[in-house]
Design a protein around this ligand. Structure first.
Ligand SMILES: Nc1ncnc2c1ncn2[C@@H]1O[C@H](COP(=O)(O)OP(=O)(O)OP(=O)(O)O)[C@@H](O)[C@H]1O
Ligand SMILES: [Mg+2]
Ligand SMILES: [Zn+2]
Length: 254
């Protein structure tokens, strides 16, 4: 589809050039631009992250440990986008505490891939589950069941804040179904979570061994179930961001 108001082609989508008395038509650049804009619209990236890119991701100046970690993280995520779709593992799983830039980086990757013509969709985990659940109620139409289909079938799924939901059997089954389907078809998944995992770092304390004053932290496995967790780790390159600090409260934001 061409842009209706394009000054180059006047909305036809074609430009005609003359050479040696022959004229030939080529696709106008606005066709690709319109396609990229449509893909970006369909991705439903929240407004808060409309500026999220690798360029706008700043490395901390005064915390060398966090700086080293975040530059490594950036290069893994950039590397994934560079190699995509010929990636070794179809997914990326970003783990870390709140505010360290997990969603920012996942969105940066998604937007870059979309700008290259891939189809992607952003879903907040809780919102997706709510929409799927309401789709099952008889009073609602098919539009919400659509969310489930979109989460299964879209080329690249960004599942933000995985596990940020109280656990019910239904939640566990639904998330397992989505992850299993994508896993079986090697469909890319960009996921973020701030839930710790005993094998992947993060502050996990044993229930029985939690010292006084420390509350026990719920793990990823407890929220999404063992089957979903196992597939996630197999299909995703795990990116750990435990050393970084909360950018939302970083003094001077540097
Ligand atoms: N290194 C950074 N440079 C620039 N902006 C950043 C950086 N890290 C985070 N931000 C910004 O700070 C805000 C919080 O980051 P983000 O939402 O990505 O955190 P998160 O790790 O996903 O946290 P949560 O676990 O709470 O979802 C966003 O507006 C993001 O764009
Ligand atoms: Mg986030
Ligand atoms: Zn045009």
């Amino acid at each position: 589809m061409a842009k209706a108001d394009c000054k180059i082609c006047g909305g036809t989508g074609w430009t005609v050039s003359e050479e040696d008395g022959f004229s030939s038509a080529t696709r106008c650049q606005c066709v690709a631009e319109a396609q990229a804009e449509e893909l970006e619209d369909r991705a439903q990236i929240p407004k808060n992250y409309s500026q999220a890119s690798f360029e706008t991701f700043l490395l901390p100046q005064n915390n060398p440990v966090a700086r080293t970690e975040l530059s490594k993280v950036m290069s893994i995520v950039k590397g994934y986008t560079r190699e995509y779709p010929a990636v070794t593992k179809p997914g990326l799983l970003l783990l870390g505490p709140p505010g360290v830039g997990k969603t920012h980086l996942a969105v940066a990757a998604l937007r870059l891939l979309i700008s290259r013509g891939h189809e992607g969709i952003f879903f907040d985990y809780q919102n997706l589950l709510d929409r799927i659940r309401s789709g099952y109620s008889e009073t609602l139409g098919t539009s919400n069941r659509e969310a489930y289909r979109v989460a299964l079938e879209t080329e690249i799924l960004l599942l933000d804040d995985l596990g940020a939901h109280r656990v019910t059997e239904w939640t566990e089954d639904t998330v397992t179904a989505i992850i299993t389907e994508r896993y079986n078809h090697k469909r890319p998944l960009l996921a973020t979570t701030n839930l710790p995992d005993p094998e992947m770092g993060g502050p996990v304390l044993e229930k029985s061994g939690a010292p006084a004053g420390h509350s026990y932290r719920i793990t990823l496995e407890e929220r999404v179930g063992a089957r979903a967790r196992s597939r996630l780790f197999e299909m995703c390159t795990v990116v750990k961001m435990w050393a970084a600090s909360d950018y939302r409260v970083r003094p001077g934001r540097v």
